[in-house]
Each structure stands twice: as C-alpha cells, then as structure tokens.
Design a protein around this ligand. Structure first.
Ligand code: DX5
Ligand code: ZN
Length: 227
C-alpha cells in the first residue's frame, strides 16, 4: 500500500481535556500519556463565538509541560488570527479554527502552516461541507462538530454521518491529505460506524473522563475505531 494511504488508515483517539478534573490536571494528563490515546484535544472558548469560556494560554502552557503526545488545539474563538503565534508558542501541534469565525480563512490557514503547525478547519453542525471545496487541498484536518460547540456532554447529532461521507468524497475527489476528525458525543456506540464512514480522529470528553476506568475506555475506543 502507498505510504500516504497506510498513514491515513491510522485511527487517532483524542481525549478532550475539557472533561478532565482541573483540580487534578497533571494526574489526568499522565493518564493520557500512558494510555493508548494519540492526541490531547484542547478546547479554547472565548464566550463570544460560543456561549462558554474555557481556558487560555497559561493553562495550555501548563498542559504542554506534562503532555507527551500531539497537542490538538480547537479554537472556538472569533478572530483567531490575533493569537496564532501565541498558540504556537504554548505548544500547539495542530491548530483548528472555525470556518464560521474566519472571513479570510485562506489567509488564516496559511498563517498557521507558516509557523510549522498543522492547519485544521472546523464546521458547525449546520455548515455544509461544500464551503470547503476551494480550500480542502490546503488543509491538514477537517473537524466536524457533531454537537453545537460550547459544552461537553451533549448528545451526538446523527446528521454527522452524512457529512462524513460527503467530506470523504470531497477529500478523495480533490486528492487532499486532510484527516477527518469528529468532535462531540462520541461513545462506544457510534465510534465504529464513524470509523467505517471514514473518520480518522475521534474526540471524546465525557465518555472517557466520566467512565470508571478511563484507561480501559480509551483502549476500548481505539479497538472499536481500528475495527
Ligand atoms: C465542544 C468541544 C468538545 C467537547 C467534547 O464544544 O469542542 O471537544 O469537549 O465533549 P464530549 O465528548 O463530552 O461531547
Ligand atoms: Zn473540541
């Protein structure tokens, strides 16, 4: 198999630290370090783009001190261009911005890549895949929201499967290397179907951190995703 193709067969589990215990953040980071998870998913909310505020640079810097895996940073903020360099400096490896928050998306994506980070674009549940047609070949990742962004612990929106299929077709048609990531309401009940539809990376917050044995939950999700 072609190398790029076999790399794309990888399935990535990305626990969302939004659901971690912030009073024991180092403990939860170490748990992910020793787990079968692949990425740290880090949700940044500004109280403007989404109706919630999470955390910013000092906390991400503290996470980076202990985290031994890829830092997958999801910006739910307006005008992210102001902070691209700051996110690079605090350790982001993948930086994802929202299509809905970027009037000059092409410029934003180039700015992220120019600093050596992977560039992702996220779509809200109501935003059609077609808006990515003219930028898909510039992207390293597309993050499909399977809940309305702002909060963890919501239930998965079923229309996401259709969007995964449309996105997969667009990626193949345009020979893009973009990975497909899904975020929100991912559990052991939908991860297999998502994976079969073409999802590469799976964000899970509450399902991992509120489970009795997060290490085992991650391992089980990984197994289901690989199939
Ligand atoms: C929602 C965030 C998600 C969230 C997922 O706005 O982008 O990453 O933490 O949490 P769960 O898996 O609990 O839906
Ligand atoms: Zn997220």
């Amino acid at each position: 198999m072609h190398k790029q193709q076999s790399e794309k067969m990888n399935k990535f589990i990305a626990p969302s630290l939004l659901a971690a215990d912030f009073g024991n953040l180092q403990r939860d980071i170490e748990m992910i370090n020793k787990s079968e998870a692949d990425w740290f998913h880090i949700d940044v909310m500004d109280g403007v783009f989404v109706p919630n505020i999470s955390f910013g640079m000092p906390v991400i810097k503290a996470i980076k001190k202990h985290a031994k895996k890829t830092m997958d940073v999801h910006l739910m903020i307006v005008d992210p261009d102001r902070f691209i360099e700051d996110f690079k400096n605090v350790g982001a490896d993948i930086l994802t911005v929202h299509y809905e928050a970027c009037p000059h998306l092409h410029r934003t994506v180039q700015a992220i890549k120019a600093l050596g980070m992977k560039a992702g674009v996220s779509l809200n549940p109501h935003t059609p895949i077609a808006v990515l047609e003219d930028i898909i070949t510039d992207l390293d990742l597309v993050l499909l929201m399977s809940v309305n962004p702002g909060f963890g612990g919501q239930s998965f929106i079923e229309n996401t499967y259709k969007k995964v299929e449309q996105l997969k077709a667009l990626i193949e048609f345009s020979s893009s290397n973009a990975l497909i990531e899904v975020d929100g309401g991912v559990t052991d009940e939908n991860i297999e179907k998502l994976s079969n539809a073409g999802v590469d990376a799976f964000v899970a917050g509450n399902f991992i951190f509120k489970s009795k044995n997060p290490l085992k939950t991650i391992s089980n999700l990984k197994k289901l995703a690989i199939g």
